[in-house]
Design a protein around this ligand. Structure first.
Ligand code: GLU
Length: 413
């Protein structure tokens, strides 16, 4: 049976790369009806960041990446590592220096494995390998030691993690050999690059998963985006719900090429999911939760045209946060100078023409032609915004023709 783990170290706030590792492990486990466990690798005591652990739990729970069983913490398993150190000592594979215990790496031959990505064989020459610490002078184990002992004891079948751990893998393999344990399958995921310059910029790399939530990304949009950072599903589908991902996920379809963290694509995908949730009538609940106490926005929830507002806003949104711009002070503006003159001209025009809601746009086109005022300007004068909800809907939302004209008059008072 497949069993995988997500094994973050709480040394920093969890970001996109970490969540991709968690997601791929989760998808692989669920696709294979296997198990997905969470192990907190908290043995590097000096580097622990106090909020990091909470951010791991909160992020996994927000995204619905639920793990099986209870969380294991390496700091609570020190006895186990001591016992295993003893086994290696008895095999004469350990020496002590500066109160730390070192593993004697073989210096001849090679260490190799076939990686789960493209079944590529990876080879390291042992002459380049150095002995490494198993247990430090503070009596905590190193990542290399605790990680291997735990993966074995927890019966992990596939170790799916970032490419940055490739250079540690020869150490791990030599430990497995020393204990006479079977190797798991190692799967090293390609490094995520920044959209332009290659490396992730500080801002891109440092953005925590919970920041994405604050910035108005949906879990559906973010998961969809993260899933495609290295994985191309066979059917070449781009819009994927979590249940579709579960069905299609396959380690064979993870590519070697380094995926790019393209924020434009994230915004596009998030917009797609916003519209999907709007269609399914689930968007209102999210918006209400976020904005119920924000008066600039909460008027929407009491408005008779609430559904229309939310539906038409969805067509313009990329993140939940865009909603605020779209609806706050809708139609309210104080115009001066030229804008005031043109608005007053526009009001007279609208009053002199025959039109109803259905031909609102036509009458505005006529104004545009006859007076040479461009459409962007007209939109701004009518809505108080540079861009936003579609005009015919705006007319309805602001209460129909008469109320709409009255509102315009107020704006130039
Ligand atoms: N604790 C390591 C990390 O922070 C885990 C690496 C692994 O999965 O082996 O990513």
């Amino acid at each position: 049976m497949v069993k995988v783990r997500f094994a973050p170290s709480p040394t920093g706030i969890i970001h996109i790369g970490g969540i991709r590792t968690a997601l791929y492990n989760f998808l692989f486990a669920r696709h294979s009806s296997g198990e997905f466990v969470l192990r907190i690798e908290d043995t590097d005591r000096k580097r622990i960041v106090s909020e990091a652990e909470d951010s791991i739990f909160e992020s996994l729970s927000w995204l619905g990446l639920n793990y099986d069983g209870k969380v294991e913490r390496q700091s609570q398993r020190l006895e186990i590592y001591k016992k295993h150190l003893q086994i290696l000592k008895e095999k004469d594979l350990v020496y002590e220096k500066d109160k730390a215990f070192y593993f004697k790496m073989p210096k001849e031959g090679e260490t190799s494995w076939v990686d789960g990505i493209n079944n590529k064989k990876i080879v390291f020459k042992n002459e380049n390998q150095e002995d490494f610490v198993l247990i430090k002078s503070d009596s905590y184990p190193t990542y290399n030691f605790a990680n291997v002992v735990d993966d074995h004891l927890m019966k992990i079948t596939h170790v799916i993690r970032g490419m940055e751990f490739i250079s540690s893998t020869p150490k791990h393999i030599q430990l497995y050999n020393a204990f006479n344990w079977d190797l798991p399958v190692f799967v090293h995921l390609p490094v995520i690059l920044g959209a332009e310059k290659g490396k992730l910029s500080k801002r891109e790399g440092a953005k925590s998963i919970l920041n994405y939530r604050e910035d108005g990304y949906l879990k559906e949009g973010l998961l969809n985006f993260v899933a495609l950072l290295g994985w191309t599903p066979k059917k070449d589908k781009e819009i994927l719900s979590i249940s579709e991902m579960l069905k299609l996920f396959n380690l064979e379809d993870i590519n070697n090429a380094n995926p790019k963290l393209d924020e434009k694509k994230l915004n596009w995908l998030n917009g797609v999911w916003i519209r999907k949730l709007a269609e399914e009538k689930k968007l209102e609940e999210l918006l209400f939760y976020k904005y119920q106490k924000d008066e600039k926005v909460s008027w929407v929830f009491k408005n008779p045209h609430k559904d229309l507002i939310i539906q038409s806003a969805a067509s313009r949104m990329r993140t939940l946060n865009d909603f605020e711009n779209l609806v706050s002070n809708l139609g309210k503006a104080k115009f001066q100078g030229d804008d005031k003159k043109i608005t007053s001209d526009l009001i007279s025009f609208l009053e002199s023409e025959k039109w109803e809601e259905e031909n609102f746009i036509e009458v505005l086109r006529k104004f545009n032609k006859e007076r040479g005022v461009d459409f962007k300007k007209i939109y701004f004068l009518l809505s108080g915004k540079k861009e936003g909800l579609p005009l015919p809907n705006l007319l309805k939302i602001l209460g129909g023709k008469a109320a709409f004209l009255k509102n315009l008059k107020d704006n130039i008072k």
